[in-house]
Design a protein. Structure first.
Length: 359
């Protein structure tokens, strides 16, 4: 029997083989540890899922894995709880859409971007001992979080945030200094402006009612009256009207204008929007001496909401501003329109007197 001679390995060959095996081992280890960023831990109602680079939505399933680029959307009665690899939880309310833009934990580093297109989310971000950069983004705001529990509602271009525990650094799409949101407070903003100074959520106030409603809506198992939940943007918009008036009386005019604009952006309800436009006009006219800007706000009321109570004051004060700006013909036309529509109106005598001086 002929013996096969043993192959002699040169040192370079042995090193190459060793490195190949070690490299394969590392590659295998990476593949084993690389799993989904998280999963859909629980859901109720109608919930949809869309994978990265997929155009169509499909029904989501409990336990479904989530990776970077995936998105989850809830229906009118849908809620979902997303659980991530580090223990962070996102609780989605109804009519919400969010994308897991990035979620990465590696050693002592954590980086995540969660993009909320619209809706309501409660984020319970797990404390992390290393370097952490977790952001919840909406189209017009960014919330930078560490170990934090907070709620954010995005409605159009408006955002409302409530702090539950920990601390959030909230900033707007217009830049500016970030606002610290802590437990028991709220902040808000709209397109192009920074969040307002945090407001304490006092017991028995509309803000507390709104926070409790958001807590229930984002809890997958909590009972919810969906019709009442649908009024949440309106409740917050009305609160903004009252708070804006308080800010104006406190001579915080810039903040008042922003809060009135948030009210406009939160709801499509005509009377609220009309009141907010009129209030902005009053701030521009009475306090900031900017008649042209005030006139634009009053004209918005006249043109968009001609049958609402706010239009009486809007027509009268528009006429007065036109006098101030030197537009006498426009002023006469508006005074006549006022007297025709409101023959017994609250500004009847003044309108008649001013009209006579112009004729």
């Amino acid at each position: 029997m002929t013996k096969t001679p043993l192959r002699r390995w040169t040192l370079p060959t042995l090193l190459f083989l060793i490195l190949t095996v070690v490299s394969a081992g590392f590659s295998f280890a990476e593949n084993v540890s690389a799993g989904p960023a998280g999963k859909i831990a629980d859901l109720s109602g109608v919930v949809y899922f869309k994978g990265k680079d997929v155009l169509a939505w499909s029904l989501a399933a409990k336990g479904q894995g989530l990776n970077d680029g995936d998105a989850v959307k809830t229906g009118s009665d849908g809620r979902a709880q997303l659980l991530f690899s580090d223990g962070t939880k996102l609780m989605l309310g109804n009519e919400t859409e969010i994308e897991i833009t990035k979620f990465l934990t590696k050693g002592r580093n954590r980086a995540a971007v969660l993009t909320l297109s619209t809706g309501k989310v409660r984020a319970v971000v797990k404390k992390f001992s290393g370097k952490s950069d977790v952001q919840v983004k909406t189209p017009t705001a960014v919330a930078g979080v560490r170990g934090t529990d907070f709620i954010v509602m995005n409605q159009g271009s408006a955002n409302v945030m409530f702090g539950e525990s920990g601390k959030v650094e909230a900033s707007g799409d217009g830049g500016g200094k970030a606002v610290p949101l802590t437990a028991g407070t709220m902040t808000e903003n709209t397109q192009g402006v920074a969040p307002i100074a945090p407001v304490k959520v006092e017991p028995g106030t509309p803000l507390e009612a709104a926070r409790k409603q958001l807590e229930a809506v984002t809890d997958v198992s909590a009972p919810v009256e969906w019709e009442e939940a649908g009024k949440l943007p309106l409740i917050l918009a009305r609160w903004n009207i009252n708070y804006g008036n308080y800010l104006a009386e406190s001579k915080r005019y810039k903040e008042a204008l922003e809060v009135f604009q948030i009210a406009i952006d939160l709801t499509e309800t005509p009377d609220v929007r009309a009141d907010a436009h009129f209030s902005r006009g009053t701030v521009f006219s009475l306090y900031l001496n900017e008649p042209a800007k005030a006139l634009a706000e009053y004209e918005a009321v006249i043109e968009k909401y001609p049958s609402l109570p706010a239009v009486e004051n809007a027509i009268y004060f528009s006429a007065k501003l036109n006098v101030e700006l030197g537009f006498k013909e426009a002023a006469k036309k508006l005074f006549r329109a006022y007297l025709e529509r409101f023959p017994q109106g609250r500004h009847k005598d003044s309108a008649e007197t001013l009209l006579k001086t112009l004729e």
